[in-house]
Write a protein that binds this ligand. Structure first.
Ligand code: ZN
Length: 279
């Protein structure tokens, strides 16, 4: 029987990403604050569609906006790990990274009663220590890498990439990688921004982006018997009215097309059973 799973994932960053990038004037902070409005809309939509999703919530959001985090837990969604302060691990020493990992897990345990099973790194930039640290702290899955689309795979210890030498794959670990992609992330499609050297125009038509996202599901159906498709969204991005309308339509189209909605934890468990536990 073909089975095509969709994981809706929300990175509930609020102001944390702006603070981590030093953007602490009132307007960028308020941009993150809008995530509180967006989260309420998303929770209402998920409830009306009877869909459980995965929320990657930084410890910062749990401690700063406890009622908003509690609302996610109350509705039965999975709470997964997204650091405490939203600093990318690639910018931290091993000790700093581990301290942040532990601190955020304490925040999660306070509101859910258990440690996170899944991890997603801020800005999707792992350090050379991240996989080992996740294994040492009992994580089941990571969702920060882009090496596949519909098939979860085993995360590897550091691959060797040196200029002028053939690429060497690191050893596979028991950690399950639930792959992601910027093309299935609302942020680059919709957010206006940039740095001194780059421009991110954003502000694309929500209906057009959702049509591409639906096509991605259709291609998964066409090419694999079993697969997981992960969409990544930020409440302060997808939570704008015209995007919510388009997102609502996407959920109905996915359901009509036969999508099975699952939390990432449940999808990772199914992947483990199907792909790794068989002799
Ligand atoms: Zn984030």
């Amino acid at each position: 029987m073909p089975r095509h799973i969709v994981c809706l994932t929300f990175d509930f960053d609020t102001q944390s990403g702006f603070i981590a990038r030093g953007m602490t004037t009132p307007t960028p902070l308020s941009r993150g604050e809008f995530g509180l409005v967006g989260a309420q809309r998303i929770l209402a939509l998920l409830k009306s569609e009877a869909i459980r999703a995965t929320w990657f919530i930084p410890g910062f959001t749990i401690e700063s906006h406890p009622r908003a985090a509690a609302a996610v837990v109350k509705d039965g969604h999975e709470v997964a790990h997204h650091s405490w302060a939203h600093v990318p691990p690639a910018q931290q020493s091993r000790d700093e990274e581990e301290a942040d990992l532990v601190r955020a897990n304490e925040s999660i345990t306070r509101i859910t009663g258990r440690k996170a099973r899944g991890y997603r790194s801020p800005s999707w930039d792992l350090s050379e220590h991240t996989i080992d640290l996740l294994l040492a702290h009992g994580f089941v899955y990571d969702s920060s890498l882009m090496g596949a689309d519909y098939w979860p795979y085993r995360a590897r210890h550091a691959d060797r990439a040196e200029l002028g030498r053939p690429y060497e794959l690191g050893e596979e670990t028991p950690l399950i990688e639930m792959p992601i992609s910027w093309s299935l992330d609302d942020y680059p499609h919709f957010e206006l921004g940039g740095t001194a050297t780059t421009v991110m125009p954003g502000l694309q038509s929500a209906r057009t982006v959702m049509a591409s996202w639906l096509d991605e599901f259709r291609y998964m159906q066409k090419t694999v018997e079993w697969g997981v498709l992960t969409y990544t969204m930020y409440p302060y991005v997808i939570g704008r009215g015209h995007r919510m309308l388009a997102f609502e339509q996407l959920l109905r189209d996915l359901r009509d097309a036969g999508a099975v909605f699952m939390t990432m934890e449940d999808a990772a468990a199914e992947a483990q059973q199907l792909m790794f536990d068989q002799p």
